[in-house]
Design a protein around this ligand. Structure first.
Ligand code: KG4
Ligand code: ZN
Length: 326
């Protein structure tokens, strides 16, 4: 069973191929440099770039997998959430490919893609917790059964990755900010700058990261070292994520947690997770940020549960909640 997955919800054109649950190709054409000079993703430019890149990404993925288009059994694409134009380009391309090759088509939720990217190659079964931490999401879910997602908490303002990006900009670093902060923090003292852990002592599992950006600006003005700001900022973001996971696991009696999204690449977070008394699933670094293989993995999982695809009339859903269609 060969599944081709397409991801175009933001600024990465991803085409991945999964054969019997194994990733055999994963091409990502990143638009980071294009958008960098605008300080953020320009949706219209992103759409055009996806349209221009999809043929090449698909051809390269097929070559990497050593197959032809005729070998594909199922075509999947991200249906939402994400930017409407970029989503439309990828979903339409996938539908065209499915229609042209007379193969089934499946629309996939972007976050379900991230979850199955983290679960790649494992046979874990629910119940488990899921934390998605990316540029657009900081969402903690309880997953009592496949396809059932109970939102436990989410960010009230900025997403964790967004906070990394904004603080990086404050420190004069490049985009995306996560890897830049992580690198700079290696030389810093994580206890040197008095950031406070957001939402500490509050009930529930919500997050809040926008205050950290304001605090970072103040610490820069006060003359703290950028390395120390980076390390201390990173420490409190990780502490906030870990605290919510720990409390939710205890309150719900969960023993397993899946952590996914771009921020899951962070090594300080990974170290802190490994010290929890929980079974932790993380994506390989290749599958951590947006890519097509994770979409193919999610589709393959749905197929194994008996789903046989969607009609070609389904559309994009820029605000699709997890667990509601796709
Ligand atoms: O999942 P993703 O690739 O795209 C979205 O769907 O948002 O996540 C991108 C986000 C960016 O905000 C980026 O700064 C952050 O993930 N990120 C990191 C790291 N690598 C990427 N944050 C912290 N540490 C990292 N190593
Ligand atoms: Zn993502």
């Amino acid at each position: 069973m060969v599944v081709l997955g397409i991801e175009t919800s933001c600024d990465d054109t991803g085409v991945g191929i999964v054969a019997d649950g194994e990733v055999v190709a994963n091409k990502v054409i990143s638009q980071t440099l294009l958008h960098a000079r605008y300080g953020g993703v320009v949706p219209e430019l992103a759409s055009r770039e996806h349209a221009a890149a999809l043929d090449r990404a698909t051809e390269e993925a097929l070559i990497e997998a050593g197959i032809t288009v005729a070998d594909i059994d199922l075509v999947a694409a991200t249906r939402g959430p994400g930017l409407v134009g970029p989503l439309l380009v990828g979903l339409t391309y996938a539908k065209g490919l499915a229609w042209g090759t007379d193969k089934p088509f499946m629309g996939i939720h972007h976050l379900e893609g991230h979850i199955h990217g983290a679960l790649a190659g494992s046979e874990v079964e629910p119940p488990f917790l899921v934390l998605i931490a990316s540029g657009g999401h900081t969402h903690l879910y309880d997953v009592p059964a496949w396809g059932e997602y109970r939102l436990l908490g989410a960010t009230r303002d900025d997403a964790a990755g967004e906070a990394f990006d904004k603080v990086a900009r404050t420190l004069g670093l490049g985009y995306p900010g996560g890897p830049e902060i992580e690198k700079l923090a290696l030389q810093g003292d994580e206890l040197a700058v008095p950031f406070t852990v957001p939402m500490k002592g509050r009930e529930g599992y919500d997050f809040s990261f926008s205050g950290l950006k304001t605090a970072a600006i103040r610490f820069v003005e006060k003359g703290y070292d950028p390395q120390d700001i980076a390390a201390s900022f990173q420490r409190v973001v990780v502490a906030s994520l870990i605290s919510a996971i720990e409390r939710a696991a205890r309150d719900l009696g969960r023993k397993t947690v899946v952590v996914a999204g771009g921020v899951s690449a962070n090594q300080v977070l990974r170290r802190a997770l490994s010290q929890l008394d929980l079974q932790v699933f993380l994506p390989s670094l290749e599958l951590a940020s947006d890519n097509g293989a994770m979409i193919a993995l999610a589709a393959w999982h749905r197929w194994r549960l008996g789903e046989r695809g969607d009609g070609l009339d389904i559309g994009v859903e820029p605000y699709l909640p997890l667990g509601e269609g796709g």
